[in-house]
Design a protein around this ligand. Structure first.
Ligand SMILES: Cc1cc2nc3c(=O)[nH]c(=O)nc-3n(C[C@H](O)[C@H](O)[C@H](O)COP(=O)(O)OP(=O)(O)OC[C@H]3O[C@@H](n4cnc5c(N)ncnc54)[C@H](O)[C@@H]3O)c2cc1C
Length: 422
């Protein structure tokens, strides 16, 4: 016997969970909704990039989760542990179980620190940092940096906000110019990809930024291991079908090649986006893909967000297997689809006509006071907001977009999105 039953049970009270709960309640106030969320804190993560560059207060990115739970929604402060979809039931860490008519799964993404040997130890040193883990430390590392190799990396796994690692390097460039050590610095951005950004025309604008800032762009560099004692990061050359890695000694980075395809780069400071994966309890559940490229992520239809095998289950946010960038901006377009589909199913047993077309956006901060707003959908097709595009050329770094990022979006997040109003 389950302990409680809800018409809608939501797993995860981050961006996706709160947005979905708030929109459902606004549209149908008598719905019984339970929301399982262990944390007492709710974080506005998009501002962590700015915290790492000393231009946003970390404290302002946190609010009490209790204040975000929409009125009339039951907050179950616990961890979801296992799913029993054949019984429409979720079991919690406390041992309690909850049944549902509809389930929404959105517990975010796991920072998989142990997937990279040496990373955990390296993070304990004074020169290795990550805006994903502790953006205030990024600022301390930048402050203490006296020159040498400043290395910024992108992992090969899916990550939340795929643009965040390069935003960190653009802001570091300006920070180091201001602190007077940029001319003693080799600033490196190393990515396993073949280009700086996958969507045109933003790619060209960003290539221009990289050139002007004299950032050393290393493509096909997949970070695999850190040696915190020797202060070296190991990359695997990731160019498909080509085992012969290339280093350019003239860049003066003191790189070495080991074996056929490992490049060892010394660092004086290192910023990482750590490898990331679906949360373990999702990955090991019947709701995840068991095989293939999406293994471990929620098996949902990419347009309806309905689970492919359990029609009363929906998934969205970072944990879902959707071939687009994992961002809060994407969730803003996903949540209304989940909400419409659940309400239609409750009313007449069928899905609504709402579809998610893969919209996501990446506010690429390219310096203090400059931002380029990359908006796109599935297949890397540009999808810029028509209204914004009438007034601004969002394919270029603009001061107006910086104002949007630093002031407007945080306000909209707390006051509109978390309230189900957009
Ligand atoms: C440095 C950085 C910069 C970013 N920049 C941007 C940006 O500029 N623009 C943008 O749109 N997005 C950005 N993002 C990404 C954005 O923050 C995420 O995509 C978004 O928060 C994902 O929402 P979510 O609800 O899927 O996950 P989250 O918001 O992470 O919430 C997941 C929730 O699930 C809970 N949970 C975990 N395990 C369990 C469990 N077992 N049971 C129940 N609940 C559980 C967690 O406690 C958490 O509250 C950035 C992220 C980072 C880290």
């Amino acid at each position: 016997m389950a302990d409680t039953h809800y018409q809608v049970l939501i797993i995860g009270g981050g961006t996706a969970g709160i947005m979905t709960a708030a929109q459902l309640k606004r549209k149908k106030h008598d719905l019984t909704i339970g929301l399982v969320e262990p944390s007492k804190d709710h974080w506005y993560q998009p501002a962590w990039t700015l915290v790492g560059a000393g231009t946003f207060d970390m404290g302002a990115t946190r609010r009490d989760e209790a204040d975000q739970i929409p009125q009339g929604v039951d907050w179950v402060q616990d961890y979801a542990e296992t799913f029993q979809p054949e019984k429409d039931q979720v079991t919690l860490r406390s041992g309690k179980s909850i049944t549902y008519d509809h389930l929404v799964v959105c517990p975010g993404i796991k920072l998989d620190i142990d997937a990279m040997p040496g990373l955990r130890e390296a993070l304990e040193t004074d020169v290795v940092c990550s805006n994903y883990i502790d953006p205030e430390k990024t600022l301390r590392v930048l402050k203490n940096f006296k020159g040498g190799n400043a290395v910024f990396t992108q992992p090969a796994t899916p990550i939340k906000c795929g643009g965040a690692p390069q935003k960190a390097v653009y802001l570091a460039d300006e920070y180091l110019r201001k602190s007077g050590v940029r001319d003693k610095t080799k600033l490196v951005f190393a990515t396993p990809g073949s280009v700086i950004f996958g969507v045109e025309p933003f790619r060209f604008a960003l290539e221009d930024v990289v050139r002007k800032k004299q950032i050393i762009l290393k493509t096909f560099y997949k970070p695999v291991r850190i040696d915190p004692v020797r202060k070296e990061i190991h990359f695997e050359w990731s160019k498909p079908g080509d085992n012969n890695c290339v280093i350019n000694e003239e860049q003066g980075l003191q790189e070495k090649i080991e074996g056929q395809s490992t490049i060892v780069m010394p660092y004086d400071m290192l910023h990482l986006a750590p490898p990331q994966s679906a949360p373990d309890f999702v990955r090991n559940s019947p709701l995840a893909y068991a095989e293939g490229a999406n293994k471990g992520w929620l098996e949902v239809d990419v347009n309806t967000l309905q689970h492919k095998r359990f029609p009363n289950i929906f998934g969205l946010g970072d944990a879902a297997a959707l071939p687009t960038a994992k961002t809060g901006a994407a969730i803003r377009k996903q949540a209304p689809v989940v909400v419409a589909n659940i309400l239609h199913r409750i009313q007449n047993g069928a899905l609504s006509t709402e579809r998610y077309e893969g919209y996501s956006s990446c506010p690429l901060v390219t310096g203090y006071g400059k931002m380029l707003l990359a908006e796109f959908k599935y297949d890397n097709v540009r999808d810029s907001d028509p209204l914004l595009s009438r007034f601004f050329d969002t394919s270029k770094p603009l001061w107006s977009m910086w104002v949007l990022k630093k002031y407007v979006l945080p306000w909209l997040y707390w006051n509109r999105m978390m309230k189900g109003a957009m």
